[in-house]
Design a protein around this ligand. Structure first.
Ligand SMILES: C[S@@+](CC[C@H](N)C(=O)[O-])C[C@H]1O[C@@H](n2cnc3c(N)ncnc32)[C@H](O)[C@@H]1O
Length: 330
């Protein structure tokens, strides 16, 4: 990345409220949304639900209709929904508001990250995933969720005899999942089934003429210990000097991949902000780093106000920034 970069400020029109935002987001209760990058990790789920109850996770709940339907039918169960798509979360939040259910919490999170960091071992009774993305191309195999590693994590988060249910329209995906189950401590079986869950994707596949689906049940038989993932400690560094005009932030390729996207510098405050995309395995974050004068020295670290998960990748981004900042005065 070359330096300095000028930023294009958005025109004032970009800040005008758009009516479609109001129409879509009106009457959404936010009570069930958990902003998990803030607050304690893992969350105290009993405190969030206000009780200790049987607990179930749905991975990739889409528009949330099955999740909310079940929450209405089973008020004695607490449901945690994980979804990547923000638009899906908004739809589910509206459904939750309309039905006034109180036993659902939603997180916008990748399931792998959530199971690693946000759910304690031996704490779940059931996990469901209806019509997960099969990623059918061989070259996309890494993107498939229910890998052996993930199934071992699933095992560790389930209580004894708890189970994972997966329903798919895609037989090769079911075969692939079954191949992943060795050494996961899960007893796996599958069978053909008919449409019965009435989710958006089940209806979609039926509309395309599919009437046989594949359902797997993976029951926990032997515990596998996978400890909770921990936050990586992040440090700030002090430098004797820094020359913003010479600053070049160098990207890193591999795992993690770090791409520096922007650098802005305020000469009056003697403070620079650097935007980095940090991509680690299944997880990507936009991270703001800061280089600012403090007396005779310069301080390099995470900018205040970030809402990120402190990971090894973020630490490496800070370390790299420190090296590149120091290089401006060599
Ligand atoms: C094919 S859709 C199925 C949605 C819903 N279950 C249904 O049957 O209509 C798969 C959903 O899983 C979500 N998803 C994919 N990968 C995920 C992950 N790693 N963690 C959480 N959600 C994920 C996607 O955003 C998408 O909404």
């Amino acid at each position: 990345m070359s330096c300095p970069i000028t930023i294009d400020l958005p025109t004032s029109k970009a800040f005008e409220p758009e009516s479609r935002f109001q129409a879509n987001t009106y009457y959404v209760s936010l009570n069930s949304l958990l902003l998990w990058t803030r607050g304690e990790r893992p969350p105290d789920w009993n405190a969030h639900f206000g009780r200790s109850a049987s607990r179930e996770v749905e991975i990739g709940f889409g528009n949330g209709e099955a999740l909310v339907r079940r929450a209405v039918l089973e008020p004695e169960v607490d449901f945690i929904g994980l979804e990547l798509s923000w638009n899906s979360l908004k739809r589910a939040l509206r459904r939750i508001s309309k039905k006034s259910v109180t036993n659902v919490r939603l997180m916008q999170a990748d399931a792998h990250t959530a199971f690693d960091r946000l759910i304690k071992p031996r704490s779940l009774d059931r996990i469901r995933s209806w019509f997960p993305a099969p990623w059918p191309k061989d070259r996309h195999e890494r993107r498939r969720l229910f890998s052996r590693d993930f199934l071992r994590l699933v095992n560790s988060r389930l209580k004894d005899r708890g189970f994972l249910q997966i329903v798919t329209d895609h037989k090769p995906y079911m075969d692939w999942v079954m191949d992943q189950t060795a050494e996961t401590g899960l007893a796996a079986s599958w069978h053909c089934t008919r449409a019965q869950y009435d989710t958006k994707y089940e209806r979609k596949w039926r509309a395309e003429g599919k009437d046989v689906f594949y359902e797997a049940r993976l029951i926990k038989e032997k515990h596998i210990d996978v400890p909770l993932g921990k936050d990586t400690p992040l440090f700030t560094y002090r430098l004797d000097g820094f020359n913003p005009k010479e600053f070049v932030a160098r990207d890193l390729c591999g795992l993690p991949t770090i791409k520096f996207k922007d650098f802005i510098f305020d000469p009056q405050q003697e403070r620079g902000l650097l935007l980095a995309l940090v991509a680690e395995d299944r997880f990507r974050q936009d991270v703001w780093l800061e280089i600012k004068r403090d007396g005779l020295e310069w301080v390099v670290g995470l900018a205040p106000g970030n809402q990120i998960l402190p990971t090894d990748g973020v630490k490496i981004a800070i370390d790299q920034t420190r090296r590149d900042a120091a290089a401006t005065c060599e």
